[in-house]
Ligand binder design. Sequence first.
Ligand code: HEC
Ligand code: HEC
Length: 210
Amino acid sequence: MKHKLIKVASMMALGIMLNGLVMINVSAADIGKLVEGCDYCHGKDGASTNSKVPIIGGFSAPYMIDAMKTYKNKERPCPEYEYPEGPNKGKKATMCEIADDISEGDTKELANHFAAKPFVRATNQPFDPVLAEKGKVVHEDLCVKCHDKGGSLPSDDSSILAGQWMDYTRQALKDYSAGKRPMIKKMEKKYKKLNEEDFEALVHYFGSFK
Ligand code: HEC
Ligand code: HEC
């Protein structure tokens, strides 16, 4: 009797193991392919080397899921971008189309994948130290509450600003200012207090993180 129980238990364990293996294999294949698609534009592990394409490795999963949802719903601008490499090289795509093609479950898996990668700060990105210092003062006054430590903490779930490509951040700020991208009410309240010259100062401050 005891012997039989152990046999059943070990067969069940084997079954669970096999099940687990099969499941892992299936999703690894699919997600691996999706990730490859992202990496053609965003760089290996989301460490973009192109200033127009944001670094996404190291973003928190909740931020990433939110961003994909915003693109899916076309609530933020979707500039066309040409695949620099891969099978679609030379073809153009937008983040809205890309996000729309991915299921909710796969989006979650993608978000977990990129959240486990490091955020590799942009290199060879010159900044003006005087402007950066001005930006720091503005940031500490109005933005630090939700973008702590220069906006370097993924756990804030407010993206990562420190070390992001300045071209991308400049565009993001332009989109917010033009009302083309939604922001949460509490950010808007602080954002409204910015002067025209504060924007470039902030861009240089975030770009000063190496
Ligand atoms: C054809 C090139 C291309 C591909 C492929 C691509 N992206 Fe993007 N992605 C971009 C560009 C360009 C932007 C910046 C668009 C903007 O200004 O909003 C962007 C922005 C993003 C953002 C917003 C970043 C932020 O800071 O808010 C996320 C998240 C993102 N992409 C995730 C992905 C994921 C996940 C994949 C793969 C499923 C992917 N992208 C595939 C070009 C691409
Ligand atoms: C009350 C919290 C809060 C405050 C204050 C705040 N932000 Fe944000 N910020 C967020 C959240 C949440 C997001 C991500 C969601 C979104 O797109 O709105 C974000 C997104 C951003 C982004 C886009 C990042 C990306 O990857 O595309 C930029 C740039 C930004 N904030 C700059 C600022 C600046 C500059 C200030 C100060 C004037 C500021 N924020 C103040 C919460 C805040």
